[in-house]
Design a protein around this ligand. Sequence first.
Ligand code: PEP
Ligand code: MN
Length: 374
Amino acid sequence: MIVIMTPGIGAASAEVEEVVRQAHTYKDIRTDVHEIVGTTRTLTEIYLLGPTATVPTDGFAALPGVERVVRVSERYKVIGRHRGQVEVMGFDYRGITFSQDTFHVFPGLCAVDTPQHVDQMFAAIAEHGLRTSRMGAYKPRTSPYDFQGHGKDCLPYVFELAGKHGVQVVAMEITTARHLDEVRSALRASGEATGVMLQIGTRNAQNFELLKYVGQQQRFPVLFKRGMGITLEESINACEYIASEGNRQIAFCLRGVKSHLGDPHRNLVDFAHVPVVKRLTRMPVCVDPSHSVGGRVEASDGLMDIFHVTAQGIIAGANMVLVDFHPAPAKALCDGPQALTLDELHGFLEDTAIAREAYEKRVARVRASAARAA
Ligand code: PEP
Ligand code: MN
């Protein structure tokens, strides 16, 4: 059950305190108070957790400061979009807003190799007015003999160079709790030159201890990549693990699923799930065209498949694009064949802008037609 307060009633108010007090009069009911930052307003929600089926809603609905009470299904209690709950679950990080209404592109290196390449990448990003990027330091690889990433050794120059070019958010995968400690101390040593969005890779989508660990801190937002061989429901439940530990700053990333039905692409592109995730949850949704397609193949119209699937994700409402670039793909130590070059960044961003504009027009059209019908 969620008790939603009227806008303006803060988490520390007497009204919220009274709701919590009454909730605790029911046996085994725990509460969790959370402030939701929406695009239009901020409001406080109180989650009643435990055996709520027999707790009546009326008493809470009548309390001062309560806007409404929503009975939620057992599924996705925190991140879900329950009936009557319209607020998106956005978050602000390093001056940038991430929500189901915003749009950001994260171009960058799949795997950090040299300081020169990181510098060139960030310089290109800054030149195009972007403040978000991706950089892989810890690479989970299929073979133990493949390059595993430079790990903590590269963090000092990655963060310093991000700061130099004004890059505010670097999406970076971590595969174990120790990596989070390394990221934290390298950021501190850099004078907090930038911010990190912690990527949970597809291979760790059900690493519940790691999910809980990133959920127990609220300093870094999390970019969760859907599990490549599990259902969408299982992936969304994995995000609920993060949220239920206290961290609601989560973006959900589609990156294709493992199936030979996707051949000749690396994975079966699953961007038809963008509106599905936006309907079932309140998280911003990201697409990763690079790991979905896996190569620089081009269609007969002259557009690469990576461009096509990116546009498909955006036109369906994606809020973020995570995409592999490299100044010299032939020299990349991981996933070179799917990297776009820095010369292609301008065209890629133009293409994303066209798709985003088309999405906004589609939404405006359906809203206008709904307004006429009302
Ligand atoms: C990545 O983004 O570098 C990556 C390894 O992605 P995924 O976990 O989706 O395979
Ligand atoms: Mn990769």
